[in-house]
Write a protein that binds this ligand. Structure first.
Ligand code: PEP
Ligand code: MG
Length: 532
């Protein structure tokens, strides 16, 4: 039996199962041992076989048409020719392919004809697929119910995996990453910072997300003790699920407790009676392919299911916040500094076709209940206004087509320091503070880095001051202000947040009980922003 201690628990809970090691991806670091031309031609062939397979499994005619277009492009020699020429001049296969397709993409995005602009997403998707084939990366093959051991894991891989009783142990990782957020929301235990470890085969393992421990080949008494503690933890979490709203501070002030969701799968385990609605839908975790972005019917179904679930309570749907650590193959850009790059609304407005479709779908779901649309990564008022213009267009189109719909309120995330510090210049119906990014950008410390955790202090007086200003502005204007970053879910941060005047928190469903306890224990006379 081997016991290994992790640096931190990013998502609590217990898991047991076979260990599955995700090896570092096998991208060739130097030139491929094969001639570059041969490597590229092989990758093109593999990519078109993969697409043909997807096509044969798809019963949706729109998706089939998109895939057919991609296959045609992969066989189009005029598109591939510049890459072959670059290879002849000494480029690697990946560089040659990337540059050739990026040049085409720029032309597609500049085109006046909307057909070409719409097709740019397909071109990107195809570019990424070929690059993946060139790097030798295969599709996700994690067996259901595994305990995954990896250096780090992409949110998309998380969402594609059937976790059952399984969990995740990362050699590195950060508790502020999107992966950590998803793991908490889905109750998949996650340990981070295991350092290095040498493991042979796929031993049976216990993941103890209370003690922060991974136990390999446990003996009988360790298994029995583990099982007993797990039963106790399950009882506590059942208590959280039974907790009723409304919520009050110790002084009797009402506090709204909303939940954050990704693709809506989490809603199967919770009822709308147990919260004040949905404060954040991270739609980039629901729409994970270029084809999803233009599939209005699928989006209407997914959003409508959330609105029906909410039973009259508000559902706040965030427009796509793709980019940085949430890439969408075929849609997001390859950039050197992606957290400071074309992500969120910046990307949505660069080629607004998918955003218009998303706004139409949100407005159609709004016919069934209270829906609010929220824009991520807003920096300047012109971005919010550009989305408003698209929302006007969406409403206009739906009215002309006589499709049932309603106009949702339009609000914004406050997560870029510039926007937070000039909040009075935004004409938003409501504000939601994205403390994960706000803290990352205020401290210039990546939310992905466990090593910089000491700098990412959400209770720093400067952070609380910025939050207070946004809250005060909302109160003055009569606009709702909530906070949907991870800070809201951390009981140690709750007194500091309530001290700013904030009275609406949106948290991962699994964090509700701990947050309820912290809110009920708060009173103005016993405030202490920073715990000892
Ligand atoms: C945030 O930045 O706090 C937030 C809620 O958005 P995300 O974590 O999805 O970037
Ligand atoms: Mg954010």
């Amino acid at each position: 039996m081997t016991r290994l201690a992790a640096e931190a628990v990013a998502a609590p809970g217990y898991a047991s199962g076979s260990l599955w090691i995700v090896s570092e991806h096998t991208a060739p670091s130097g030139p491929d041992s094969r001639p570059a031309r041969e490597a590229l031609d092989d990758a093109l062939l593999r990519a078109s076989r993969e697409i043909a397979q997807l096509q044969s499994r798809s019963d949706d005619s729109d998706a089939a048409e998109i895939l057919e277009f991609q296959i045609a492009m992969l066989e189009d020699e005029t598109l591939i020719e510049p890459a072959w020429q670059a290879i002849a001049h000494g480029s690697t296969a990946s560089d040659a392919w990337r540059e050739a397709i990026d040049a085409q993409l720029a032309q597609y995005l500049d085109a006046d004809d909307p057909y070409f602009r719409a097709r740019s997403a397909d071109l990107r998707d195809m570019k990424e697929r070929v690059l993946r084939c060139l790097s030798g990366q295969g599709a996700n093959a994690i067996p259901p119910g595994s305990i995954v051991l990896a250096r780090d894991l992409a949110p998309s891989t998380f969402l594609e995996t059937d976790w059952q009783e399984g969990g995740i142990v990362l050699l590195e990782g950060s508790s502020r990453s999107h992966l950590a957020m998803l793991a908490r929301a889905r109750k998949v235990p996650l340990l981070i910072g295991l350092g290095s470890v040498a493991v042979d085969g796929t031993p049976f393992a216990l993941l103890d997300g209370e003690r922060g421990e991974l136990v390999l080949n446990p003996d009988g008494s360790t298994r029995a003790e583990f099982a007993a503690r797990r039963v106790h933890a399950d009882q506590r979490s059942a208590q959280a699920d039974a907790a009723p709203t409304p919520l009050q501070t110790g002084d009797g002030e009402a506090v709204k407790l909303l939940i954050n969701v990704a693709d809506g799968g989490e809603l199967a385990h919770i009822s709308a009676r147990q919260c004040d609605g949905i404060g954040l839908v991270r739609t980039e975790l629901l729409l994970r392919s270029a084809a999803d972005l233009v599939d209005e019917a699928r989006q209407v179904d997914a959003y409508s299911a959330m609105v029906r679930w909410a039973d009259g309570k508000p559902v706040t749907i965030r427009t796509l916040d793709a980019g940085a650590d949430k890439p969408i193959p075929g849609y997001t850009l390859d950039e050197g500094n992606p957290f400071l790059g074309t992500r969120g609304v910046r990307l949505s407005l660069a080629a607004p076709g998918p955003l218009l479709i998303q706004l139409r779908a949100i407005a159609r779901a709004a016919a069934l209940g209270t829906v609010r649309v929220m824009v991520p990564m807003v920096t300047v008022p012109a971005e919010l206004e550009a989305v408003r213009t698209l929302l006007d267009q969406a409403i206009d189109e739906l009215t002309r087509a006589a499709l049932p719909h309603a106009r949702p309120q339009l609000g914004m995330m406050v997560e870029v320091p510039l926007a937070a510090l000039s909040i009075e210049s935004f004409d938003a119906d409501f504000f939601s503070i994205g403390s994960n990014d706000l803290v990352q950008y205020l401290t210039a410390a990546s939310r992905e880095s466990g090593r910089l955790a000491n700098l990412q202090d959400p209770l720093h007086p400067a952070v609380l001051r910025v939050i207070s200003e946004v809250v005060a502005h909302g109160a003055k204007r009569g606009a709702d202000v909530s906070l949907c970053g991870d800070m809201a879910a951390d009981p140690r941060c709750v007194p500091g947040l309530l001290g700013t005047g904030l009275r609406a928190l949106s948290v991962a469903p699994a964090a509700r009980l701990a947050v309820r306890e912290a809110v009920s224990a708060y009173s103005r006379t016993s405030v202490k922003a920073r715990p000892n």
